[in-house]
Design a binder for this molecule. Structure first.
Ligand code: 6GU
Length: 253
């Protein structure tokens, strides 16, 4: 997958792509990340990438020309068909990013991410250039850069060959619609806190059942709204009903 990032702060991306999963994915040529400074596509003497908002108000707005120019330039250089590129504008007004969108994006050949700043980008960028607008949550960031890293991280780890073992994807929180079960490693006793016996038992079927139950229990306690969308078998539904009864009797800690 080719990834192009358009930003006013290219330095933000210097370190992250040299580390961990990003580094691995780049070394294995599974992703090819290119950072572009929007300011390099300004044509005026002062390299102005932003300007005052029409209608007045606080803050500055990113100008459309440099961003359109950067994308045109990319397309020219790569001679790729337009439909093959997904152009994402990172904005708090976008659709809320989630695992399903990460999965959808992981199948694309080419992502272009536009990092907004200040009071945002000129709406014509969102309307006529971007094919998608994404927000990573209901809070305001000062720029789209951290959001771009979040999106690229979530997408990259879904590309086959990036992670060590594909098992680690199946159990991920959200992949099966549930939160992940608790994990432990050595030592079996730490400051008198014991790892649950069942995990030391070596009985894989019991471990699998315990983990599934823990996932359901956690999801019920922490993110009950997620349970509505999860496919559960009848035993699991019974288990939930039991938990709900316990909860109503306030036994759930
Ligand atoms: Cl994508 N950008 C900014 N500036 N703030 C955000 C966001 C994006 N997603 C949530 N908050």
């Amino acid at each position: 997958m080719r990834i192009d990032i358009l930003t006013l702060f290219p330095q933000v991306f210097e370190l992250p792509f040299k580390i961990g999963i990003f580094q691995r994915a780049i070394d294995r040529k599974l992703i090819d990340v290119n950072i572009h400074n929007i300011r390099d596509y300004t044509h005026d003497k002062h390299h102005m990438a932003d300007d005052y908002p029409y209608g007045g108000g606080a803050g500055m707005v990113l100008k459309p020309e440099p961003i359109f120019r950067a994308v045109d330039d990319l397309k020219k250089k790569m001679d790729i068909v337009e439909e093959e590129s997904t152009i994402i504008s990172l904005t708090p007004q976008g659709r809320l990013f989630c695992q399903a969108i990460a999965q959808e994006l992981s199948f694309k050949n080419h992502l272009i991410l536009i990092c907004g700043h200040y009071e945002g980008v000129d709406e014509r960028v969102n309307q006529y250039l971007a094919t998608d607008e994404i927000s990573i949550g209901d809070y305001v960031l000062s720029g789209g850069e951290p959001a771009a890293l979040v999106v690229i991280d979530a997408v990259t780890r879904l590309i086959p060959g990036v992670l060590g073992s594909s098992d680690s994807l199946e159990d991920d929180s959200y992949t099966n619609g549930l939160l992940e079960y608790p994990q432990y490693t050595r030592p079996a006793v730490f400051r008198e806190w014991q790892v649950p016996d069942i995990l030391l038992s070596g009985n894989h079927a019991h471990v699998a059942k315990w983990r599934r139950q823990q996932s359901i229990l956690r999801t019920l306690k922490r993110r009950p709204e997620l349970l509505d969308k999860v496919k559960l078998n009848s035993k699991e539904k019974q288990y939930i009903n039991r938990l709900l009864i316990d909860q109503s009797e306030e036994k759930l800690d």
